[in-house]
Design a protein around this ligand. Structure first.
Ligand SMILES: *[C@@H]1O[C@H](CO)[C@@H](O)[C@H](O)[C@H]1NC(C)=O
Ligand SMILES: *[C@@H]1O[C@H](CO)[C@@H](O)[C@H](O)[C@H]1NC(C)=O
Ligand SMILES: *[C@@H]1O[C@H](CO)[C@@H](O)[C@H](O)[C@H]1NC(C)=O
Length: 223
């Protein structure tokens, strides 16, 4: 009997591990945003852009530079982080080699108090004027990075897309090849699972839930 239960538990473990690994990529609003953006570009006969995780991590740092101030994103009080911030703060925070930073060829930035899904953020927040469409279809872009973050894990929500004309495999390269994952917020290109709406913390909930279930089963079967 104990043997049967043991086999069952091992089987359950294997099933949940493979389910967890397959969930990646799909569960990240920044990855979804890049997918929507590239679909729109290709439908417009523009090239599909490489989703560079280093550039995307920098897009998340770019959001953080606004310190939750929606009013500084657009309108009369619009502000923009200084170019020096890329070298002094954004790249180091992401573990990006400063020598691999490439010029930014465009940016789309939006802020909303309400959380919306990626497709809606793209159409209703980021592309709100024909000027934005010019930025979207600019032929000088070769790569893209997207990020989304709430402020202190809640409203307002910032969306940022940065475009670059850099060489896809030699720009925004991380030391040791792995971009530092920072929270709160999600960024594209890193195969990093990051939940959509309200929980920006790293997803350990699947494991917490599974472990709890395992312990509960242990008690139930008196293992
Ligand atoms: C691309 O997105 C813009 C903004 O949402 C929209 O107006 C346009 O119709 C889209 N183009 C295609 C080809 O889907
Ligand atoms: C592309 O880059 C070139 C060289 O920097 C510049 O002259 C041109 O205006 C850019 N094109 C667009 C559409 O921004
Ligand atoms: C980078 O890309 C270029 C052109 O696409 C290619 O020739 C080169 O081999 C690539 N380098 C690496 C390290 O992948």
């Amino acid at each position: 009997m104990a043997m049967v239960i043991w086999v069952l538990l091992v089987y359950l473990l294997v099933v949940s591990v493979s389910a967890a690994t397959q969930m990646k990529v799909t569960n990240n609003p920044a990855d979804e945003l890049v997918a929507v953006l590239n679909a729109n570009r290709t439908a417009h006969k523009s090239s599909s852009l490489y989703d560079n995780p280093g550039l995307a991590c920098i897009a998340l740092q770019y959001i953080k530079a606004y310190k939750g101030d929606c009013g500084a994103v657009g309108g009369p009080d619009a502000k923009k982080p200084a170019d020096s911030e890329f070298v002094e703060a954004f790249a180091p925070n992401c573990g990006i080699q400063v020598s691999t930073l490439s010029p930014i060829t465009g940016r789309l930035l939006g802020c909303e108090t309400k959380y919306v899904h990626a497709a809606e953020a793209f159409s209703n927040i980021l592309i709100e004027s024909s000027k934005s469409l010019d930025i979207l279809y600019n032929k000088n872009h070769t790569e893209v990075g997207a990020a989304v973050s709430g402020s202190d894990g809640g409203s307002p929500y910032f969306w940022c897309v940065l475009f670059s004309g850099g060489k896809t495999n030699s720009s925004f390269v991380a030391e040791g090849g792995v971009v530092k994952i920072t929270r709160p917020g999600c960024f594209s290109g890193a195969d990093d699972e990051c939940s959509g709406a309200y929980d920006w913390s790293r997803s350990s909930s699947v494991w917490a839930c599974f472990t709890t279930a395992l312990i509960a089963m242990g008690f139930a079967f008196g293992l």
